[in-house]
Design a protein around this ligand. Structure first.
Ligand code: AMP
Ligand code: FE
Ligand code: FE
Ligand code: ZN
Length: 273
């Protein structure tokens, strides 16, 4: 019997609202057998939920989503099946989470100067000790009544080029590859359709050594899926997929909408053995 996977899920260890346990339970409900909790800059969910996932018969893949700087854009790269105990990875992710704290404070200062008063303490509370990001700030803006939704917060204040946005520290692609490949893992270009220069950078990144491209994703339309599938196949690379669910932190909850047949992600499953 074919098993199905969702390799892109967020929890409250980054900018999602669900607990890891809730994610595992929902995955079961949606008939998923293999999941990767790919929190931004954080592997905490893996350690928290591994025994529980085992009990439920869910295969849990160590994962994280890295923000990389490449050709002038913020490219998200998903890392899978690396050694979750690797100390270099832990040190890097810890450092990125720390810089996210400072950047959160800088965003709150900037918003205050613009007349949108929110409490940094509340933002930190929403981040709950995990990787603090703009979605937490967006939720605080909604709670304070400054905007009516998270997407309005991004559109008006927090998105790229908007007045409340402060850049964050990012990996270089080379750094990400050295780190993750060095710990036995594989890398996949997340949601390729979201990059303005995707046509150029997706093949470049595959040629540079990225292992896969995420074609099954709510924001990747069918014709892009076909094109990127071919790009990957031509280069002997593979494809991945996931719902990128953030719980209530986004306007739509997507868990269950993407079901990836296990045969597609065989290279990742082989690494687990
Ligand atoms: P950060 O990591 O702090 O730069 O925040 C980026 C995160 O914000 C992404 O991972 C998404 O989860 C979320 N995000 C980006 N753009 C939007 C948007 N327009 N509406 C809602 N969430 C967004
Ligand atoms: Fe996110
Ligand atoms: Fe992403
Ligand atoms: Zn994501």
């Amino acid at each position: 019997m074919t098993r199905f996977a969702d390799l892109h899920l967020h929890t409250y260890h980054s900018d999602g609202t669900r607990s890891p346990r809730e994610v595992v339970d929902l995955a079961r409900t949606h008939g998923l057998d293999i999941i990767a909790i790919s929190d931004h800059d954080n592997v905490a969910a893996y350690f928290e939920i591994k025994p529980y996932a085992d009990e439920r018969g869910i295969t849990l893949i160590p994962a994280t989503e890295l923000s990389c700087a490449y050709a002038g854009v913020d490219v998200h790269i998903l890392a899978y099946a690396f050694d979750p105990f690797d100390e270099r990875i832990d040190a890097h992710l810890r450092r990125f989470r720390e810089t996210r704290q400072n950047r959160g404070a800088a965003i709150v200062d900037r918003l205050k100067a613009l007349g949108y008063d929110i409490d940094l303490g509340r933002v930190e509370q929403l981040a709950a000790g995990g990787a603090l990001g703009r979605p937490h700030v967006a939720r605080a803006l909604v709670e304070a009544g400054h905007v009516s939704s998270v997407s309005e917060a991004f559109d008006r204040l927090l998105g790229t080029g908007k007045p409340g946005n402060v850049d964050k520290a990012r990996f270089s692609v080379e750094e990400a590859m050295a780190l993750i490949h060095g710990a036995g893992g594989l890398l996949s270009i997340a949601h390729p359709s979201l990059y303005p220069n995707a046509e150029r950078i997706v093949p470049e990144l595959l040629d540079a050594g990225i292992d896969a491209v995420e074609i099954l994703h709510p924001d990747v339309p069918e014709d892009d899926r076909e094109r990127y599938r071919n790009l990957a196949r031509f280069r002997g690379r593979f494809v991945t997929g996931g719902s990128d669910d953030h719980g209530a932190a986004k306007s739509v909850e997507t868990i269950g909408t993407i079901r990836v047949p296990e045969a597609l992600i065989e290279p990742i499953l082989e690494r687990l053995a």
